[in-house]
Design a protein around this ligand. Structure first.
Ligand SMILES: Nc1nc2c(c(=O)[nH]1)N[C@H]1C(S)=C(S)[C@@H](COP(=O)(O)OP(=O)(O)OC[C@H]3O[C@@H](n4cnc5c(=O)[nH]c(N)nc54)[C@H](O)[C@@H]3O)O[C@H]1N2
Ligand SMILES: Nc1nc2c(c(=O)[nH]1)N[C@H]1C(S)=C(S)[C@@H](COP(=O)(O)OP(=O)(O)OC[C@H]3O[C@@H](n4cnc5c(=O)[nH]c(N)nc54)[C@H](O)[C@@H]3O)O[C@H]1N2
Ligand code: SF4
Ligand SMILES: [Mo]
Length: 661
């Protein structure tokens, strides 16, 4: 007989949903939303529902694999772990532990995925990744301005007079915010969407502003200029709670509103409208991650923060520069789990440049890489370099549930237990401030094991088994430790399914900031207005824009979490090249035509689809597609880092396009 249990979505997503999972005969048979979850309220997206297909997929890896003479053969866990441990020992002795790279992303929101760091730290320290391809520039920007990146609680939106969704694809990537926006609109809030693509959220907006990709920092400068001209700035906040505004004023004076309008391709009257709107508090700004994936990503977010601050919208109910909510992750005892003091050697590569750094590393060279919670071959920019780097290794170990493009290059592939096959607690530092509990409901297929089990087994072979002599339960309890005094314990989570974390619902309400000065620190515009430009633009270099006249975005797919769901979809996925109407007209392209997209980094073929409303000269190819379906858009994207925070420049990418006859 089928039974229904509570659980939590483990996917890397804004929403961190509460789930109800039906289990029958030891198998997951249905995944639905949990109506009792206070934020996600029983609604979930297709990616969540498809977790049922994902765990039961016939393509799941069931046994460890070893590459022998170019093809994979089944190997026992004993042998695989003995051989991997022996190689790790040998590399450590011969070249030092830094000859091993731990490559990872954040593909699973479970707290115990952090045990990977515990393992590598206790091993003595390996070459680690820092920075973030996902949100790095924006996080650093907010740390510079506020001292940290904190958001208002979702319900605070009902206090807002206006809501600005700036570069966030809410309807697709953050569905519960979409629901809240509709409700807030119903209660009288005005909704504005700023995005080069008129996405589904733009359709419900009162005003939609289209902007040249990469020019939002300059647009924010225009809004600030108008705010000052109209005397709508919050003088008290500027004089008492902030510093650096006079320097920023110089930047604003160095460029005219007319030039800003010309470069951003936003009409002056829209800029004035936005300034007036910001002056009519409270205004909530919901900042997305798209527009900080540019060379100028950090300065863009700092300029948006500046608009929010100068207009007096910081620390008030219904306001805020809401980008991420790191209060959530900071609630747990991370260091107790990762044991950073155990590291004896230390070297870092940035996530963005990991391929290049792997290829160039000396003293020691990278001999071996261990990939967990990531699919770098598909997800890293400039993927031909990534392929070169990962195929040049003496030894590559990939732990995953599926044979991804990265796993296909490995010497050993280790099969991993997936959602519902192990107990953990789940949260996201992106949006709401609830932690969810997910119990173990079914056994993993075949011989698949949890990452934690693998770390424990390798630790035994490498002589530090004591550091892994804890049960999952004990480890989760260690993580929840600091919350015990607030009445949040693993026992309570097991019973009550989720808990509200003790965080500020209106961050910075006391106007005491975590910056060095204790004040809000305005972007000072070092480098002048040029610091607000993306890298690949005619305003920096005419010739590149002549060769490659179109902006390529590669946004997150509707039906897949990055590379994780495409192979489970009922229709065969393919490379869909979405183009703005003007490109279609110029090149005489119709829906369904085959096209080729290229730049100096690579090329990709796909099928054209005309975007009804997108900024002129804009193309989008959704990210995450593996080779078997036509390949990743990342053959085209640059691997430069953003101006701060070691973030990405994935969308700072010009291309050319032609119809294939
Ligand atoms: N369906 C789905 N949902 C997801 C994910 C997924 O893979 N699939 N991934 C999750 C993860 S890890 C993340 S990081 C989040 C990301 O969530 P979002 O930030 O919402 O999504 P992105 O796809 O990164 O891009 C967001 C938006 O930025 C816009 N954009 C691009 N360039 C510019 C610009 O220069 N200016 C402005 N104003 N807008 C611009 C794009 O048109 C797009 O609408 O989504 C999470 N949710
Ligand atoms: N062009 C372009 N590229 C992008 C982006 C973009 O917008 N455009 N977005 C970037 C962003 S925001 C992100 S966050 C990254 C995401 O990049 P990744 O995190 O690398 O991508 P995913 O496809 O989500 O997951 C990678 C793999 O992790 C595995 N996995 C899941 N859970 C576990 C686990 O518990 N243990 C182990 N060992 N493996 C697990 C999955 O099976 C999957 O194969 O992509 C980035 N790449
Ligand atoms: S992917 Fe996101 S929206 Fe979908 S079920 Fe999971 S947490 Fe919820
Ligand atoms: Mo992300």
């Amino acid at each position: 007989m089928a039974e229904v249990f509570h659980s939590a979505c483990p996917l890397n997503c804004w929403d961190s949903c509460g789930l109800k999972v039906e289990v029958e005969g030891g198998k997951v048979t249905k995944v639905e939303g949990d109506e009792e979850h206070p934020i996600t309220k029983g609604k979930i997206c297709g990616r969540g529902r498809m977790l049922e297909q994902r765990v039961n997929s016939p393509e799941r890896l069931r046994y460890p694999l070893k590459r022998v003479n170019g093809s994979f053969e089944r190997i026992s866990w004993e042998d695989a772990l003995d051989e991997i441990a022996a190689e790790m020992k040998r590399y450590k002795q011969q070249y030092g532990s830094l000859s091993i790279l731990h490559s990872h992303d954040y593909a699973n929101a479970g707290f115990l995925t952090n045990l990977d760091s515990r393992f590598f730290n206790c091993f003595g320290g390996v070459t680690e990744l820092i920075g973030s391809i996902c949100w790095g520039a924006g996080i650093e920007a907010q740390c510079q301005d506020f001292g940290d990146a904190y958001s208002h609680a979702p319900g605070e939106l009902f206090e807002s007079r206006s809501i600005i969704v700036w570069g966030r694809n809410v309807a697709r990537t953050n569905m519960h915010l979409y629901e809240t926006l509709i409700e807030a609109k119903g209660r009288g809030a005005k909704l504005v969407v700023i995005d080069p693509i008129a996405n589904a959220t733009a359709k419900i907006a009162d005003e939609y502003i289209t902007v040249k990709p990469g020019f939002d920092g300059l647009l924010a400068a225009g809004i600030l200029k108008e705010l000052l001209r109209l005397h709508l700035e919050d003088k008290k906040f500027l004089s008492e709670c902030s510093q650096g505004f006079e320097e920023l004023r110089k930047l604003l004076e160095s460029i005219t509103l007319e030039s800003i309008s010309n470069m951003t391709e936003v009409p002056q009257k829209s800029i004035t409208m936005l300034a007036k709107l910001y002056g009519n508090r409270p205004v909530s700004t919901l900042i997305g991650l798209g527009m900080q994936r540019y060379h100028n990503g950090g300065s863009t977010i700092r300029m948006i923060d500046a608009v929010v601050a100068a207009s007096g919208n910081v620390g008030i109910a219904g306001g805020g520069a809401n980008y991420a909510n790191r209060q959530v992750g900071q609630s747990f005892h991370y260091e107790g789990i990762t044991l950073p003091h155990r590291k004896k050697a230390h070297r870092t590569f940035t996530m963005m440049k990991q391929a290049e750094m792997m290829l160039q590393a000396k003293d020691p060279e990278i001999k071996m890489a261990f990939v967990t919670c990531g699919n770098p071959l598909t997800q890293l920019p400039n993927s031909s370099r990534a392929e070169k780097a990962f195929s040049s290794l003496e030894m590559l170990v990939v732990a995953d549930s599926f044979l991804t493009d990265t796993a296909k290059l490995a010497h050993y592939v280790l099969p991993i237990a997936a959602a519902f096959e192990t107990e953990d607690i789940y949260y996201s530092s992106m949006y709401h401030h609830y932690v969810n509990h997910g119990p173990k409901l079914v056994n993993p297929p075949g011989e698949a094991k949890t990452d934690a089990w693998i770390w424990g087994e390798l630790a035994k072979r490498l002589g530090f088994e004591n550091d892994f002599s804890f049960s999952r339960e004990e480890l989760i309890k260690m993580g929840v430790g600091p919350l015990q005094k607030r009445g949040i314990s693993l026992e309570r989570l097991r019973q009550e399914k989720f808990a509200e974390l003790p965080v500020d619902r209106v961050p910075w309400h006391d106007h005491e900031f975590k910056t060095e000065s204790g004040k809000f620190e305005f972007y000072q515009g070092e480098g002048g207005a040029e610091s607000l430009l993306p890298n690949e633009t005619k305003w920096r270099e005419e010739s590149i824009a002549t060769m490659y006249p179109y902006n390529l975005l590669s946004i997150h797919p509707m039906r897949s979490n990055h590379s994780q769901h495409y192979h489970l979809l009922p229709q065969l996925p393919y490379v869909k090249v979405e183009i703005s109407v003007d490109i279609a007209a110029k090149k005489d392209i119709k829906d369904g035509d085959s096209v080729r997209v290229w730049n100096s980094r690579g090329e990709l073929e796909g099928i054209a689809s005309i975007l009804k409303q997108a900024h002129p000269n804009t193309i989008n190819i959704d990210e995450g597609l593996s080779r078997r379906f036509g390949g990743t858009v990342n053959v085209l994207t640059p691997d430069l880092e953003s101006d701060n925070g070691m973030g990405s420049t994935l969308y700072d990418c010009l291309v050319n396009l032609e119809k294939i006859c």
